[in-house]
Design a protein around this ligand. Structure first.
Ligand code: GRG
Length: 293
């Protein structure tokens, strides 16, 4: 697959994600329209949509049909958006800029932002349940729930909050990032292959790729948070200001870059069981390693 074919494919997955989010959005006239508006303010803002892109690509890589994965891809993006809204709240990271826009609670107030985040956590299970037609899809829904919950992203956030203002050790930093950021990436790849009905070895390969991609993604994120030229759409240097231990503070820039290369190469190896069908996800992990936003 050359770069033009890769970009075309990525644009296709991106448009499927956007169309599905649009199809599933809540925007009818009712008394709680303000809540719908708050939800759509965050959900329909320009995100990179990496998690749904990965889920759709992973389903195709394992021989599945895109239509069977659409609601799961959109559901996962909703959960991601729920976590961003809650993460930005004063009780958590207290940020006022997200995707280049004022954060949800700045525009709609804290109480409505909490509700918008709550809806974006339950609505996914409604839209995924609507689409369940196979054991693989049911397994995917359960896997996504586990990765989002206390043993996944939310558990990682709890560790992160406890680490504010202290110098965390390397083991803690690795676990917190594996859960907080890595779990939803792993959910994306694994749910995709489950929906396709893949066997155990392929699910294990997807888990390995997801863990490595998540690690590489967070390493890059920590570098970008500290790079004045990077376009992150967030307030720069907030980790430093909140005295958070990050990969950058623990390893330094040179080792972070070394680890990004190593994770990228191992992630590609992990997908060898899928042969040529893994080309898109191999190119994606490479692109994410060199991203600037
Ligand atoms: C209520 C679901 C829920 C969660 C509560 C707040 C929280 C627990 C977890 C926070 C998890 C979090 C914000 C992790 C950071 C993950 C991360 C690297 C986000 C940035 O992802 P991108 O770059 O963002 O894909 P875009 O804007 O492109 O979607």
């Amino acid at each position: 697959m050359n770069n033009i074919e890769y970009n075309k494919k990525k644009e296709y997955y991106h448009s499927v994600a956007e169309q599905t989010l649009d199809r599933l959005k809540l925007d009818h006239k009712c008394k709680q329209e303000n809540l719908f508006s708050s939800i759509n303010y965050s959900l329909l803002a320009k995100g990179k949509r990496i998690r749904p892109i990965i889920l759709l690509a992973s389903c195709e890589m394992a021989g599945g049909e895109i239509q069977d994965a659409e609601n799961f891809a959109a559901g996962l993006e909703m959960i991601h958006n729920s976590s961003l809204i809650h993460d930005d709240l004063p009780a958590m990271d207290d940020d006022d800029l997200r995707r280049g826009n004022p954060t949800n609670h700045i525009v709609y107030g804290e109480a409505t932002a909490i509700l918008a985040g709550d809806v974006l956590l339950v609505r996914p299970f409604e839209v995924m349940a609507d689409a369940v037609n196979s054991k693989g899809q049911l397994d995917a829904m359960k896997y996504i729930a586990k990765c989002a919950g206390a043993e996944g992203m939310m558990g990682g956030q709890e560790i992160d909050l406890k680490c504010e203002g202290i110098v965390a050790d390397e083991e803690t930093i690795v676990i917190l990032n594996k859960l907080k950021t890595g779990a939803l990436f792993k959910a994306a790849v694994v749910a995709g292959v489950m929906i396709a009905g893949a066997e155990k070895e392929k699910i294990s390969a997807a888990e390995e790729y997801g863990d490595l991609l998540g690690l590489a993604f967070q390493l890059v994120d920590d570098l970008l948070d500290n790079d004045p030229d990077a376009n992150t759409g967030k307030t720069k240097g907030s980790d430093l200001e909140k005295q958070k231990s990050t990969y950058l503070s623990v390893y330094g820039e040179a080792k972070c870059r070394e680890l990004i290369d190593m994770c990228t190469s191992k992630a590609k190896d992990a997908l060898s069981i899928f042969g040529e069908d893994s080309e898109f996800l191999c190119m994606l992990v490479e692109e994410l390693a060199t991203r600037v936003s």
